[in-house]
Design a protein around this ligand. Sequence first.
Ligand code: BDR
Ligand code: CA
Length: 312
Amino acid sequence: MPRKIIIDTDPGQDDAVAILLAFASPEFDVLGLTAVAGNVPLALTEKNTRKICELAGRSDARVFAGAVRPLIRPLVTAEYVHGKTGLDGPDLPEPTMPLQKQHAVDFLVETLMAQEAGTITLCTLGPLTNIALALIREPRIAPRIQRIVAMGGGFFEGGNTTPAAEFNIYVDPQAARVVFHSGIPITLIPLDCTHKALTSRARVEKFRRMTNRTGPIVAQLLDFFERFDERKYGTDGGPLHDPCVLAWLLKPELFSGRDCHVAIECESELTMGMTVVDWWGVTGKPPTAHVIKDVDSQGFFDLLSDRIARLP
Ligand code: BDR
Ligand code: CA
């Protein structure tokens, strides 16, 4: 039986590749996609989500719009990384599939309450606003969620938005705190892992050479996306963050990490949004997340290219 997942996302080129990986994998039953404000404002992230569904030939998928801004702090976006549309690079047509009328938070609550408890995994690729709002609105969903697999945070690697904080957590630290205090099993995929999943030239060329429609478009998405990070980090290629979430569910053996207590900094402006990971167990506090530190990057790209090649 395929694993039932809901993807919460703020596309973003790397979100786009993650969504494509999900649709290309028969191991998943994508119940819906919930858009959140993040890389760009909500009006763009929900539209970008629909563009990607159509690219994957999945105009039957259900896309819901969620929160327009973080719980407390003003929205911070990242056009400097993803371009003005959030999905700069290829020229994708305007979507024709409709946006669902229901609010993303209502969809999350309704679906989690209706489906058998412990059968739904949430894949979160952006700020955690929608998930926090759903938990506040209906706390009974918490024990019904099988697991949250979240791209966010950074510990040994530091931050990418401030020296202390990674973008997804920095944008809505209070939402992240709600989620990390919920008791839901969490797998956290931080920069410590994703900075090893680099889109080298050779890897991007593999997508460009594919004979389907989607492969070359993935190459164009990555061409745009990696520009900023190559300059920033001086690497061959940029980190492909969000697809690691789906890849961990597909092939956990490619990843390694450990169970740790994770606290979210919400008080100090200097370190706002920092994920304080108790890697060495010095606090004696019980673990709240499985924190990933390493990935077999070649294995990850082999999996990704094998799957993307299956799309239209
Ligand atoms: C995260 O921030 C966004 O820019 C990416 O889509 C990813 O989810 C990486 O810090
Ligand atoms: Ca994202």
